[in-house]
Design a protein around this ligand. Structure first.
Ligand code: IVH
Length: 754
């Protein structure tokens, strides 16, 4: 094995450079040892030596967390570390599926598909139904019949290049005959139960650790940097979908799957054609009955609209297709003791109760924390005051039932009163923030109690900062949750608000000198961090909006706002202008609540509307404010609750000053628009009004947006085109008064070339 891979020095005496060098050499040596063992079946070092090297590696990583390598041996069970995988941009995004848990969700899914397509309830509409394989998805690109690339899903836009690894999997054909010139086949890599058991037996002997479940084993095996290790792992592949195609595979989902099978792919034998929700549920029951004997893990059933033309019309929401849904199997359950209830304070001040549990295995994963949602949930009530768990409350010391549904945080479902300790006390939810002592209040209609400390609450500030640097936001390399906690608490190198990140390097002229002397930091990691921060001064508008961590403004909404306004200035101008209308809406909400409480039932509807209108009229809101309000709430996907929250955040003097300080350091880039070259409506604002006959409103909107148009709900001077169907009323009139282009449905379809 050549020279000794580690320095003679104690870990505590290592300099940063020495540590970095040693981690590299350890990762190399451990990789070779793994390869010798797994692939050549000829161990190069003893198990004891191997363990000592791994321990040394872990000790160095603990002392220098910033130096931990991406291919760190501690993250891998028997893995062979080497250089990281290169990245692959997916030419067609790899999306996920929305989930259904109840039978009624399937009827709802069918209804929503019909609504979108404008199909009557009794019009024929068939779906495929097939098992949802619990593995990891893989995209295989074939050009002229040859496998040229394999990529993992990654974040959907960009995955890892695992071509060499995929080539070692028997189920994946290297060449195809009679396939379209460009064919990207997508499917699931998985491991069978029998292969998983056998692999784990080998793992126990080899590294004293086992994979938690077949999915982890499949992922760990595919993502080996040494493809020879992947070859030694028994991976399999089912094809169920596709990405880029130079020629369609078939006219139906079912036909396309048959075509893939004909080309030599494994397709799931339980794939079945169903003629509606009853049939789908019957097939679900059949698959569920076979679940235990299939020999591989599945976690539900996937339904897809069979007609590919209709799939095309249905299209996608931001991350999921409208034409498919995953019907998940009920979650796995376990019972354990509730040891304590802790309160965590989130970035929007929400006080979340967290159950600390005696560790218990739920579906192959050890669970020691679970969410308790909110104070009503602990008391045995839902947000409407209805009883849940027959009204049983949850107390520290109780025996509780825990479940995991999909990948989400485990939850506490039930409590066993027969095992309640005699001295167990009802849980008293705090009314002051445990972090900053500010009052914690619950607004009417809100299930959540929130700390009112705002930026003075350290927990809120830290959580906001963690969100700010997170993946969909500024995503600064080397500045994750752990580092944020360190900097937040630091006297000199403090980061208290986002703008501080951008002043860190120049803080006192000695930042570098100070930082490189901190535990876990050195010259290299500090300069890398400053460089990463520099590159993020140029930031996409949607990331900037999302990064602010404003309640209700998630990634999809941030994108919608960015696409609509195109610049930070235009967005803030609209939000600021709308402020008087926002305040009037809130007054109207309050008036409505009061009215609801007092009015007699039958008189209610009309009275409520009157009350709202009066409350708004009373405030004498400027027309420009009403226009901006209408523009904001008219954006598809943006509702009044979000606009209220966004407006409150930007109107809060402290918060706005903090945002302005941040903006001064940034160069905010306009959002990338979908490729709309040659689109006659790119950048135009379009309003649909009246009824449409050849497509539904939702479809028209989605189509217009995919062509680069902005779709709004209200007509103003800024509108470019109004598409008016039969029954269009005041909006069409207003458009004509303003002299705007008014088209009928056929005129619109002609314009967009449909
Ligand atoms: S279709 C546009 N079909 O489930 C989405 N996905 O939760 C196309 N999966 O990322 C996916 N079995 O990794 C589809 N029969 C199946 C599946 C399946 C497993 C996975 C896939 C996807 C995830 C979504």
């Amino acid at each position: 094995m050549g020279e000794t891979p580690f320095n003679e020095k104690a870990v505590t005496d290592l300099t940063e450079d020495e540590a970095q060098e040693e981690l590299a050499s350890l990762s190399h040596v451990l990789a070779e040892a793994n390869q010798a063992y797994h692939v050549k079946d000829a161990p190069a070092i003893s198990d004891a030596e191997y363990d000592a090297l791994k321990r040394r590696n872990a000790e160095i990583e603990t002392r220098f967390p910033a130096l931990k390598r991406e291919d760190s041996p501690t993250e891998q069970v028997g893995a062979a570390p080497a250089e990281g995988f290169s990245k692959v941009r997916h030419s067609v995004r790899m999306l996920s599926l929305s989930n259904a848990f109840e039978d009624s969700d399937i009827a709802d899914f069918d209804a929503s598909v019909r609504r979108y397509l404008g199909l009557a309830g009794d019009a024929p509409l068939s779906y495929t139904s097939e098992p949802k394989i619990d593995g990891l998805s893989l995209a295989l690109r074939y050009e002229n019949g040859a496998l040229v690339q394999a990529a993992t899903r990654g974040d959907g836009a960009e995955g890892e290049n695992v071509t060499a690894n995929a080539r070692t999997i028997d189920d994946i054909p290297q060449t195809l005959t009679g396939a379209p010139d460009i064919l990207e086949v997508r499917g699931e890599v998985y491991m069978s139960h029998a292969d998983f058991e056998a692999l784990n037996l080998r793992q126990v002997d080899r590294v004293g650790k086992v994979f938690a479940n077949p999915r982890n084993a499949a992922a760990g095996s595919l993502r080996q940097l040494d493809a020879e290790i992947t070859r030694s792992r028994p991976l399999r592949f089912f094809a169920y979908s596709w990405g880029e195609l130079s020629y369609p595979l078939a006219e139906t989902q079912f036909g396309a799957i048959e075509r893939l099978a004909g080309l030599g792919f494994q397709t799931n034998p339980l794939t079945h054609l169903c003629d509606g929700p009853d049939d789908m549920l019957a097939h679900y029951a059949r698959i569920e009955a076979q679940r235990a004997t299939l020999g591989y893990d599945i976690d539900g059933v996937v339904y897809k609209v069979n007609d590919l033309g209709l799939q095309g019309r249905l299209g996608f929401r931001s991350t999921t297709p409208r034409w498919a849904i995953a019907h998940k199997f009920p979650a796995e359950l376990a019972w354990t003791r509730l040891e304590a209830i802790d309160i965590q304070v989130g970035r929007t001040g929400a006080l979340s109760p967290v159950a600390r549990l005696t560790p218990v295995t739920v579906g192959g994963v050890v669970v020691s924390n679970a969410t308790l949602h909110n104070e009503d949930y602990i008391l045995g009530r839902d947000s409407q005051g209805n009883l849940i768990r027959e009204g049983k409350d949850i107390r520290v010391g109780d025996w509780v039932q825990v479940y995991r549904a999909g990948d989400v945080i485990p939850k506490v479902a039930d409590v066993d009163l027969s095992k309640r300790p005699e001295d167990a006390q009802p849980y008293v939810f705090p009314t002051v923030c445990p972090e900053c002592g500010s009052e914690a209040i619950r607004e009417e209609g809100d299930a959540i109690r929130r700390c009112t400390g705002g930026l003075i609450c350290p927990a809120q500030a830290v959580e906001k900062l963690k969100h700010f640097v997170s993946r969909g936001a500024f995503d600064i390399e080397g500045l994750g949750a752990k580092q944020i906690e360190m900097f937040h608490g630091d006297e000199v190198l403090s980061i208290r608000e986002p703008a501080d990140i951008f002043t860190l390097e120049a803080r006192d002229g000695e930042t570098l000198a100070r930082l490189k002397n901190r535990d876990g930091w050195g010259e290299k990691s500090a300069t890398n961090l400053f460089a990463a921060i520099q590159t993020r001064r140029h930031i996409a508008l949607e990331r900037m909006i999302f990064a602010l961590g404003i309640r209700h403004v998630g990634e999809a909404a941030a994108r919608d706002l960015a696409l609509h306004f195109g610049s930070w200035e235009a967005l803030t101008r609209a939000v600021d202008t709308a402020r008087p209308a926002v305040l009037a809406q809130r007054a109207a909400d309050d008036a409505e609540r009061a009215e609801r409480a007092s009015a007699a039932k039958d008189a209610r509807r009309a009275r409520i509307k009157e009350t709202r209108d009066a409350a708004i009229a009373d405030r004498d809101v400027p027309e420009a404010a009403m226009d901006s309000w209408a523009e904001l709430t008219g954006i598809d996907g943006i509702g009044s609750v979000l606009v209220l929250s966004l407006s409150d955040a930007l109107a809060n003097a402290q918060e706005r000053a903090s945002i302005d300080r941040l903006v001064a350091h940034l160069d905010i880039q306009p959002p990338e628009r979908p490729a709309t070259e040659g689109s006659p409506v790119a950048g135009k604002t379009v309003v649909f009004t009246g009824s449409l006959e050849r497509m539904t409103r939702a479809e028209a909107k989605a189509r217009a947006e995919s062509l680069g148009a902005k779709v709004s709900g209200s007509v103003s001077k800024k509108t470019d085109i109004v598409v008016a169907g039969p029954g269009a009323g005041s909006k069409e009139q207003k458009a004509r008064d303003l002299g705007l282009t008014v088209l009928d449905e056929d005129g619109w379809l002609e314009l967009i070339g449909a």
